[in-house]
Design a protein around this ligand. Structure first.
Ligand SMILES: Cc1cc2nc3c(=O)[nH]c(=O)nc-3n(C[C@H](O)[C@H](O)[C@H](O)COP(=O)(O)O)c2cc1C
Ligand code: SF4
Length: 453
């Protein structure tokens, strides 16, 4: 205490003061890129419990650990078959530069996974670069047409995103170049706000009709995904599955974005950890957990996060921000540019400005030429491989010969909070585990002591 004042002030922190002063200047809310920044319960609060005497671990170099993943087995004639259970999330051409889109497509193709279009349609170069391309069907309908839909390997109906559930897309004027304007049928250089809901439906019955319509357009060939920002997850997943989705994508509140109203990113939706638990529960409750696959996204940073999501019931994870970071987002080589924008390398979230120094979230030719597609795609592919290797390492340590055999019994909670959210026992508590192992999922090689874990 100094001169009667308590320091530091925990209510009127420098951050709060800065926010108020900025809003006083702007006369509106703040907008920014990247995902949530405050701490919420996360996969970090779970640990993996490898094999000891109850099971034996598998040898890294001699015993296989399968990573193959199939999505869309419910109704589609051509399900998506991935070599690894990590997909690249939908990020629009417009939010991203064309080079960034191409790099994502090439990287996904290299490692045998899919990438996704975004709010702005399919660019021919993205189609060419991506062996498996998921086509997003969004409320804005920018650049959308049945011709591109028929060229897609899956359709993803976007209800909402984790970074802004209940909110629409934002693309500020400096990113609306002549080409982006032409693709989206918008005036050049004018801020664009996408609608928050699909214009032709008001609820789950209309979603069922829309799914059928898209199946007709695509001849029942490709899977139909439904993507939902994590909010009322249990109910939303049930409704999406009942409406006929082949795959449900749940994007937690940590989900990244190129531009969002800051309060929506920080204060709306529920964390990815809780979302995967609720989504799994909903599918199990319906008895559809073997038929409808679950993709989880939002703040997935590594194979460790991915392995924990799979253990909690996801079939695959999807990444956005991590792929951008792998290709050079926040690269310290551009420190001076970051400072000129009032930010620093490793803490940039200025994707909305259109001045991305790394050439990723920009349409400015000066910045775009900094992104070398070959280098960027190799870096993303390396990162995706590293995620798969990390997942295999953890699965093998638990004695699992397939990463999809990871389950709740391979985890323990580090905090009461996480234990309450997930139902996974707290470390140090010798309680009966709640989750029954599905016998056919575990080979005799994987468990030595029947009935125990
Ligand atoms: C630059 C950027 C652009 C995005 N554009 C879209 C989009 O067009 N449509 C969409 O459904 N989600 C979009 N998203 C959200 C991603 O699809 C995904 O849900 C999110 O990035 C997952 O979280 P993560 O970034 O923490 O991995 C975007 C995200 C980023 C980072
Ligand atoms: S470096 Fe570019 S992509 Fe990364 S946060 Fe900054 S503006 Fe966004």
């Amino acid at each position: 205490m100094e001169n009667g004042f308590i320091s530091p002030n925990e209510i009127w922190t420098p951050q709060v003061i800065e926010e108020i002063q900025e809003k006083a200047e702007l006369g509106r809310y703040r907008i920014r890129g990247m995902g949530r920044s405050r701490r919420v319960p996360s996969f970090d609060d779970l640990v993996v419990v490898p094999a000891g005497l109850t099971r034996v671990p598998l040898e890294g170099y001699r015993e296989r650990c399968e990573t193959r993943t199939v999505l869309g087995t419910r109704f589609a004639q051509k399900p998506i078959v991935l070599d690894i259970p990590v997909t690249v999330a939908g990020m629009s051409y417009g939010a991203l530069s064309l080079s960034a889109k191409k790099a994502l497509g090439i990287a996904a193709t290299t490692v045998g996974t899919s990438t996704t279009t975004g709010d702005g349609g399919m660019h021919p170069d993205e189609r060419r670069a991506s062996k498996m391309l998921v086509y997003q069907y969004l409320p804005a309908r920018y650049g959308q047409n049945p011709y591109d839909m028929k060229r897609a390997d899956a359709i993803e109906i976007v209800v909402s995103q984790g970074a802004k559930p209940g909110g629409g897309g934002l693309l500020l004027g400096h990113k609306i170049s002549a080409e982006i304007a032409a693709l989206r049928d918008l005036p050049e250089g004018v801020d664009q706000r996408s609608p928050v809901r699909h214009p032709d439906w008001m609820g789950p019955d209309d979603l069922a009709i829309k799914i059928e319509e898209l199946r007709e357009i695509t001849g029942w060939q490709v899977p139909i995904y439904v993507k939902i920002g994590a909010s009322r997850v249990y109910e939303d997943v049930m409704l999406a599955a009942k409406a006929g989705a082949d795959v449900v994508v749940v994007d937690g509140m940590e989900g990244g974005t190129a531009a969002s109203v800051e309060i929506q990113t920080e204060h709306t939706g529920i964390p990815t950890l809780a979302a995967v638990v609720e989504a799994t529960e909903a599918l199990r409750e319906l008895g559809l957990d073997d038929e409808v696959q679950l993709i989880i996204s939002g703040g997935i940073r590594s194979g460790v996060d991915a392995a924990k999501a799979l253990a909690l019931g996801a079939t695959a994870v999807s990444i956005g921000t991590a792929a951008l970071l792998a290709m050079g987002c926040n690269d310290p080589r551009y420190a001076e540019d970051f400072r000129s924008m009032g930010t620093e390398p490793y803490s940039c979230h200025a994707c909305h400005t259109g001045r991305c120094p790394a050439g990723i979230t920009t349409q400015d030719p000066l910045f775009m030429e900094r992104l070398d597609v070959a280098v960027a795609s190799e870096r993303i592919a390396n990162f995706l491989y590293s995620m798969a290797l990390e997942m295999q390492t953890l699965a093998r340590s638990c004695g699992k010969s397939n990463i999809h055999h990871l389950d709740e019994t391979d985890l323990r909670s580090l905090t009461w909070e996480t234990s309450l959210i997930t139902g996974i026992p707290l470390v140090g508590q010798r309680r009966n585990h709640h989750a029954a192992k599905t016998p056919e999922k575990v080979s005799s090689r994987e468990t030595l002591t029947e009935g125990k874990w």
